[in-house]
Design a protein around this ligand. Structure first.
Ligand SMILES: [Zn+2]
Length: 295
């Protein structure tokens, strides 16, 4: 029976005939999520222990899962967490995963000046270079929010891509040539799983089966439409046992589907820099002329 579903052409040409791309991101915020809100929260020991669970327990467990699945990932880590957890950084780098910038103390960029943002960027490039052995090429804004001047600062300091915007479902170029790898809130674990009593964070943690359905449905349609599936997970949330199983089930189903280019951010950015026409625009001009008999 022929496939009669709506199947538009893939949004991009991916390497070696892949149908879509998948970028698995881990934002290792650790204690910075709380400390950037209020440094006095350092005395809330239960809150801090929940945050510390990410780098201490979540990351080694997730690295084990990635080894088991033989999949690459991209870790965005605030400079402060890189300094506090050198052994974690070493373990991530030793496996060939990418480490990208994520602020120093997970600063809300909407509340800093351009000069302050540039100082934070330079400080973090130095820290990541020193701890990973190579300068970072990728950036994910803390809280997913950038300023109008952010692409200029990133390009000025040798960053190849930003993974912070949400206006598309395949990478695109900023006017200055910087690659943007967009994400979306639906493919984030914070909205599904985060909870803290005081300060009040998140909602009632979701059932993993429901989240698997949500993410799988989006992945399957993105596979059909030839998109870039960017999943963003926080080890303090997704390093918990049942959620590690959730990621295992999702990743195995994605592998079984076939045609998925599992790639680090730096590889996706390099693909678009090398093949600047790889992206297929979606706009009104690209639509076929409507059949007047079928309004
Ligand atoms: Zn973050």
């Amino acid at each position: 029976m022929p496939d009669e579903r709506f199947l538009p052409p893939p949004r991009a040409r991916w390497p070696e005939g892949y149908r879509c791309a998948a970028m698995l991101c881990f934002d290792v915020d650790g204690e910075t999520t709380a400390l950037s809100e209020d440094p006095a929260l350092a005395n809330r020991r239960t809150l801090m222990s929940q945050c510390e669970y990410g780098p201490r327990v979540g990351v080694p467990r997730l690295l084990g899962l990635l080894d088991h699945l033989a999949l690459p990932a991209t870790f965005f880590i605030p400079g402060y967490i890189v300094e506090q957890h050198p052994r974690m950084v070493e373990a991530i780098v030793a496996r060939g995963h990418e480490i990208g910038l994520h602020g120093y103390l997970h600063e809300k960029l909407a509340y800093v000046t351009e000069a302050q943002e540039e100082d934070i960027l330079l400080r973090c490039i130095e820290i990541l270079t020193r701890h990973t052995g190579a300068p970072p090429v990728g950036f994910r804004a803390p809280w997913f929010e950038v300023n109008p001047w952010t692409p200029t600062l990133l390009q000025r300091h040798g960053i190849q891509y930003c993974a912070s915007a949400m206006g598309d479902d395949v990478p695109y170029f900023h006017p200055n040539g910087l690659v943007e790898i967009p994400g979306q809130w639906m493919l984030e674990d914070w909205e599904q799983f985060a909870f803290n009593a005081d300060p009040a964070w998140g909602f009632i943690p979701e059932n993993c089966g429901k989240v698997l359905d949500l993410w799988w449905d989006e992945f399957e349609a993105m596979h059909d439409f030839g998109c870039c599936f960017v999943l963003t997970l926080h080890p303090w949330l997704s390093g918990r046992p049942s959620r590690v199983r959730l990621l295992e089930k999702l990743a195995n189903a994605m592998k079984a589907k076939g045609g998925v280019w599992f790639a680090r951010g730096r590889e996706i950015a390099a693909h678009f820099q090398k093949h600047r026409d790889a992206r297929r625009e979606i706009d009104f001009d690209a639509l076929p002329f409507p059949d007047s008999a079928n309004p």
